[in-house]
Design a protein around this ligand. Structure first.
Ligand SMILES: Nc1ncnc2c1ncn2[C@@H]1O[C@H](COP(=O)(O)OP(=O)(O)OP(=O)(O)O)[C@@H](O)[C@H]1O
Length: 487
C-alpha cells in the first residue's frame, strides 16, 4: 500500500485511542510548563529569598570555590567548563594544589604540570543543596562580563543566583559570609595577584589573574641584612597596635618601599614573597602600561583594599619629563609642548597624579606600597621623600656566593639521586662541589640571577652538565651584552 493510500485510509477506533492519549499527554506537558512557571513565580515571591551575584564581585569566586569544594567535589559531571588554571585557580582544591606544588616548585619558579594547568569548572545549571538545615538552590549561568549588581535581574540575569526556602535573607547572608571566610582561609596558603585588565566593555578593573602558593622568603636571594631590615619594618608596621600609634601622632597609616636594581635581580620576587609571608594579596599596576589613563589609574588606586601589597612597577617612567609632570589631573594627553600618543615604554601618568594617588585623599590606610625601578637616579625627589618611600632596598647583580646559593637551591631536591653518569650516590658534598665550580666560572656581578636561572632551567636534573656547559654560555652572554652596550 502506498503512503498516500495510507493517509487517506480512515482510522479505525483502535488506532485513534493511542493517538488521542499521545495528544492528551503533549497537551498536559505543554500546559504544565506555564503552570509550573506561574507556580514557581508565586513561590519565588511568597516563600523564596533570592540573591544575585555579579561575575565581577569577589563573592562570585568565593561562592564558586565553596560550591566546588563542598557540593561539587565528589560529583562526576558529564558537562563541565574547561579553563586554563590562571582563570580557574580560585576553584582549585587546596589539597591538590599543595601536593602538586611540592613536586613542581623549584627555587620559587613555578613549573607548570600540564595536567594541573587545566581546571574543570562546575557545570552550568541548577543544584539544590542543604546549608544549615535549609534548602538552597544554586543556579550558575554563563557569566557575562560587564554586568553590575544594579542590572535588572529579570531582563539581564547575573550569572549566580542563590535561592533559599525562607522568608528572611539570614540563611543566604550566613552562607555568603561562610563562603567569603572559606575563600580567605584557602587564600592564606596562596598569594592572589590582581592586575588591572580591561573587560569586554573596555572597563579597566582589578582582575584576579592568578592565585599561587606562597613563595618562601628563603628562595629569594638577597643580602640577609637587607632582607631582615625590610621584614622587621613590615612586621612592626602591621602590628595591631601600630594603627593607633600612627593615629595618635597624626601620621597617615601607610608605608612605602622602593626596590631598585637591574632587571631580573629579584625585586618582584621579594614583593611576592613578602605578600605571602604576611598573608596579603598583591595588586599590580605597571606605569609602563601606556594604555592606562590617569583617571583609570586614580580609580584603580582608590579601589585597592586597605590590607594588601600594591606593587607599582617601572615608576621611573612616570612623569619624568617636565611636560608630563604638568599634565592636568584626569587627562592623558599633554597640555602643551608635547603632542601625540605616548611612545612605547613611556607612561601617561604624570608625576602629580602619581603623588596624588600615593598620598592623596584616596589612599588607603594599612596598605603596603612597593615601587620598583631599574633607574632610581631619574626619580623625582618628591616621589622618594620619606612618607612616600620609607625604605629603599637596592638589588644588585649577583655575587659568586649568591650564584652558588642559586645552584644549590635549584638542585637541592636531587640529593640522594644520581647527579651524573659517574656519580654513584648523589650526596650533598658532591652538589656543594658542583655549586662551587659553577659559581667560580662567573664574573662577579655581571649577569643577573634571572639569566643564570634561565640557563639552569635547561638542566633541571643534570647539575653536572650545567656545570660543564656554563662557561660557553657565560662567554656568549657577556659578548651579547658588550655588543648591546656598544650600540
Ligand atoms: N634575588 C633573586 N632570588 C631568587 N630568584 C631570583 C632573584 N632574582 C631573580 N630571580 C628569578 O628571576 C626571575 C625574575 O625575577 P624578578 O621578576 O623578581 O626580577 P625583577 O628584579 O623584578 O626584574 P624586572 O626589573 O625586570 O621586573 C624570577 O623567576 C626569579 O625567580
Amino acid at each position: 500500500m502506498s503512503a498516500m493510500a495510507l493517509l487517506h485510509k480512515p482510522l479505525n477506533g483502535n488506532a485513534i485511542a493511542p493517538l488521542n492519549l499521545g495528544l492528551a499527554l503533549v497537551a498536559v506537558v505543554a500546559s504544565a510548563r506555564p503552570i509550573w512557571t506561574l507556580l514557581y513565580g508565586y513561590a519565588e515571591k511568597l516563600c523564596l529569598t533570592t540573591v544575585y551575584i555579579s561575575s565581577e564581585d569577589t563573592l562570585y569566586d568565593d561562592v564558586l570555590l565553596w560550591m566546588n569544594h563542598h557540593v561539587f567535589q565528589h560529583q562526576n559531571f558529564r558537562s563541565v567548563i574547561a579553563a586554563t588554571s590562571n582563570q580557574a585557580e580560585s576553584i582549585t582544591n587546596p589539597s591538590t594544589a599543595a601536593s602538586s606544588n611540592s613536586n613542581l616548585k623549584l627555587s620559587g619558579t613555578q613549573f607548570v604540570d600540564p595536567s594541573q594547568s587545566i581546571q574543570l569548572k562546575p557545570f552550568q545549571g541548577s543544584r539544590l543543596f542543604v546549608y544549615n538545615r535549609k534548602w538552597i538552590n544554586f543556579t550558575h549561568s554563563a557569566p557575562r562580563t560587564g554586568r553590575t549588581p544594579h542590572t535588572m535581574p529579570d531582563d539581564d540575569p547575573l550569572p549566580l543566583k542563590l535561592q533559599c526556602f525562607s522568608l528572611s535573607l539570614s540563611t543566604l547572608h550566613a552562607f555568603l559570609s561562610e563562603a567569603t571566610l572559606y575563600s580567605r582561609k584557602v587564600s592564606l596558603s596562596n598569594v592572589t595577584v590582581y592586575r588591572a585588565l580591561a573587560n569586554s566593555r573596555d572597563l579597566v578593573r582589578w582582575t584576579r589573574v592568578t592565585s599561587r602558593p606562597r613563595r618562601n622568603l628563603a628562595t629569594v636571594i638577597l643580602d640577609e641584612h637587607k632582607k631582615q631590615t625590610i621584614l622587621g619594618d613590615i612586621r612592626e608596621y602591621l602590628h595591631p597596635r601600630m594603627k593607633q600609634w600612627y593615629s595618635n601622632h597624626g601620621i597617615p597609616y601607610r608605608r612605602g618601599y622602593l626596590f631598585s636594581g637591574p632587571p631580573g635581580t629579584g625585586k618582584t620576587s621579594l614583593a611576592s614573597a613578602i605578600a605571602g609571608a604576611f598573608g596579603l594579596d598583591i595588586y599590580v599596576l605597571s606605569l609602563g602600561d601606556s594604555t592606562m589613563t590617569e583617571s583609570q589609574f586614580l580609580r584603580l588606586f582608590a579601589e585597592v583594599p586597605s590590607q594588601c601589597v600594591v606593587l607599582l612597577e617601572d615608576i621611573d617612567v612616570a612623569g619624568v619629563t617636565v611636560a608630563r609632570t604638568h599634565l592636568p589631573v584626569g587627562t592623558s594627553q599633554p597640555a602643551t609642548g608635547t603632542s601625540g600618543p605616548p611612545s612605547a615604554g613611556s607612561s601617561v601618568i604624570s608625576l602629580s597624579v602619581l603623588l596624588n594617588a600615593i598620598d592623596g585623599v584616596s589612599s588607603h590606610e594599612g596598605r603596603i606600597l612597593i615601587m620598583t625601578t631599574n633607574a632610581p637616579h631619574v626619580l623625582d625627589r618628591a616621589l622618594v621623600r620619606p612618607g612616600r618611600v620609607d625604605l629603599h632596598i637596592q638589588f644588585e647583580l649577583p655575587s659568586r656566593e649568591e650564584l652558588h646559593g642559586l645552584f644549590l637551591s635549584m638542585f637541592s631536591d636531587m640529593i640522594g639521586e644520581k647527579m651524573d653518569a659517574s656519580d654513584e650516590k648523589g650526596d650533598p658534598v658532591a652538589l656543594e662541589d658542583l655549586a662551587a665550580q659553577f659559581a667560580a666560572k662567573f664574573p662577579e656581578r655581571r649577569l643577573s640571577l634571572a639569566e643564570a636561572q634561565g640557563f639552569l632551567l635547561k638542566y633541571k636534573k643534570q647539575p653536572a652538565e650545567a656545570c660543564a656547559e656554563v662557561s660557553g654560555w657565560i662567554i656568549k652572554m657577556t659578548q651579547e651584552e658588550d655588543e648591546r652596550t656598544v650600540l
